[in-house]
Design a protein around this ligand. Structure first.
Ligand SMILES: C[S@@+](CC[C@H](N)C(=O)[O-])C[C@H]1O[C@@H](n2cnc3c(N)ncnc32)[C@H](O)[C@@H]1O
Length: 214
């Protein structure tokens, strides 16, 4: 899985390719698990998609998915757009989450990986309200994030965030139980799936199913 995805990024600079390679090396199992949780057919959005690694995987794994990746970093989105080639089931959009407008019940699935904890708690509330309205009843929200345990993996994850986002070093994590309650408030029934096996980061996946309208 790493090879076909990495080969899409031949036009990116040496440093971007190094980051992309390392991200795939550490996160490909996690991306694979997330891909399996999302529907094979329908409209999907990857919010905070960065370079579009997961969005690309979702698009390559099923032609019957229509995928959009959204990120606030125009440079990353430019690189992601350079990977599309002749595929017609994927698009990228440069936009800050605070200005996103979704239509009601627009998506079958929405995913965010390593993204939510970069938003202050108040902004997390605001975006979750929009997300909840944009996902169809019976649809799924999948969040990949950092959890509080085991502590040593949590500290490694925190350190990586500090180094990579030095200009915006504050992170807004939640414990798994807090996240579950947070998602419940927005109409999601959530399963907590540990994803840190054979990984040095304290990764967790929340598979949150939309069971009631807000
Ligand atoms: C750690 S990266 C994760 C990228 C991708 N989801 C992945 O797993 O490879 C976090 C991303 O969130 C984006 N981001 C942070 N704050 C944002 C905001 N307010 N609006 C949109 N994107 C934002 C950053 O530009 C960055 O690409």
């Amino acid at each position: 899985m790493i090879k076909p995805l990495f080969s899409l990024y031949q036009k990116a600079s040496k440093w971007d390719r190094l980051y992309i390679y390392l991200r795939l090396k550490f996160f490909s199992d996690y991306f694979k698990k997330i891909d399996e949780l999302l529907p094979n057919v329908g409209r999907l959005v990857d919010l905070g998609s960065g370079y579009g690694l997961l969005a690309n995987l979702l698009s390559l794994n099923s032609e019957r998915r229509s995928v959009i990746g959204i990120d606030g970093d125009g440079k990353r989105i430019g690189i992601a757009e350079g990977t599309i080639g002749s595929r017609r089931n994927i698009n990228f959009m440069a936009e800050k989450v605070s200005s996103i407008v979704f239509k009601d019940s627009e998506y079958d699935g929405l995913v965010m990986t390593d993204f939510l904890h970069h938003l202050p708690y108040q902004e997390q509330e605001e975006i979750m309200k929009k997300i909840s309205q944009s996902i169809k009843l019976g649809g799924i929200l999948v969040i990949g994030d950092v959890r509080e345990r085991p502590k040593w993996k949590y500290y490694i994850s925190y350190l990586a965030d500090l180094v990579l986002y030095i200009s915006k070093p504050k992170c807004f994590y939640r414990s798994a139980e807090e996240m579950k309650k947070f998602l419940e408030k927005y109409g999601f029934y959530t399963e907590i799936i540990p994803a840190d096996k054979k990984n040095i980061f304290s990764l967790v996946i929340y598979a949150a199913r939309k069971e009631k309208a807000l």
